[in-house]
Design a protein. Sequence first.
Length: 492
Amino acid sequence: MRIKVALTAVLLAGAVLSPAARAADPVADSPDLRLKQLEGALKKGEEEREQFRQKAEAIAKEVAGLKTEMITSARAVQEHEETLSELELQLSDLDQLEGEKTKALDLKRQQLNGVLTAVQRLAFRPSIALMAQPTSPADTVRSAILLRDVVPRIQSSATELKVEIDGLASLRADIDRQKQKIASTTAQLDGEHKRLAALYDRKQQIQAETESQRRDAEKRLQAMATEAEDMRDLIIRLEEERVRREHEAIERAAIEKAQREAERVAAKAAAKAAREAEIAAAKAARDAELAARQAEKERQQAQIEATRRAEQERKQAEEQARAAAREAQATAEKAARDAAEHDAAEKQAAQRQAAQKPFTRAQGDMAMPARGRVTVKFNQTNEVGSPSKGISIETRSNGQVIAPYDGQVVFSGPFRGYGLLLIIEHGEGYHTLLAGMARIDSTVGQHVLTGEPVGVMGQSEGKPLLYVELRHNGQPVNPLPWLTARKAKVSG
């Protein structure tokens, strides 16, 4: 409705902007023609407004689609990471089993070589030579009996050794197949990483228009982080920042309301100026007509004077109308853009609010932010000898990190003692803290969904560790009961 009023003012002002055309064409003063022009301009304004709305909806739909694809791709990356870890563990077990079997076969081979060597020496001696041995006949008989018993056992051991050699060959074939599976899974993981990177780049491109405001917010929050004495102080300051943002939004709404009121006043002034110009012209014509009845000369002079005054008043009215038209047109275009952006933002916020359930009901449903083993549990003594306020997850190198639950990013950047730190606000006084990442892919003010990728782990000689905290009103609570149980592989 506000856009219609502004466009009406623009067209009413434009109706008095072409005096030369009206002088050349008397039909231009026809009320029917002006009405048609007005209706056509209004229709065009409605079409432009609809285009703004459709463009805003298309951008919102594209961003929502990208979020869904990024969540799906991040889930696939984490599943490939978990599969790869299991395959590598199985390969390690197979390599260990191969080493044990190889050692056992070597030992049996050495034992059989000694026995066979002794038997061969006895077999190469003639029977008559046994009689000349410096031994008693009883020892000679026992040697013969022993030789007769040893040969079948040697044959049996040789058969068992062949079976074990065949088993070792089969085991090595299993190891080769396991290596092929690892190579295939690694290739799939690389493909998903590339796809996720492309989706992230596209999302960053779409959100480039709001990057300046986000950078300003990040600078303010970084300054607060430097001044904060501990994590609780930081959370309190973040809450104060959120309240300040709400106050700024209220002030912006008041300013927009004042601008709309000024727009309405300008349109009313333009219409009033046009009406006064028409009344002045009609009055001048009546005066000229009365003067003509008295005398031809006085009529001509009155007509000249009336025409001059009408021309001056018309020029003044046109100048006022031009200024009002320019201001009204600029205000109308800005109002159309702001209305489209505001409608898209409200629609996204309403969708997120409708889809998100209260955080207090999320216990046991939060997603694990990364795949791996929990090496340090809540309240467990850490490497510095103090009880841990969160948990530590041992991940793969370059492991994918996701948002455990819907929320808004309120801090993203380095913080002393934590390295790169990401804080997500879930509402009802709950915050999730993620630290230990090599790269953060989320910015302050961004709304993230459950499973949406927010960062990537780094590479180190050992396994990278992701530190996870859950806080309620600034106080740490045990995050394990809140996380999905089937993904929490706890060590120790």
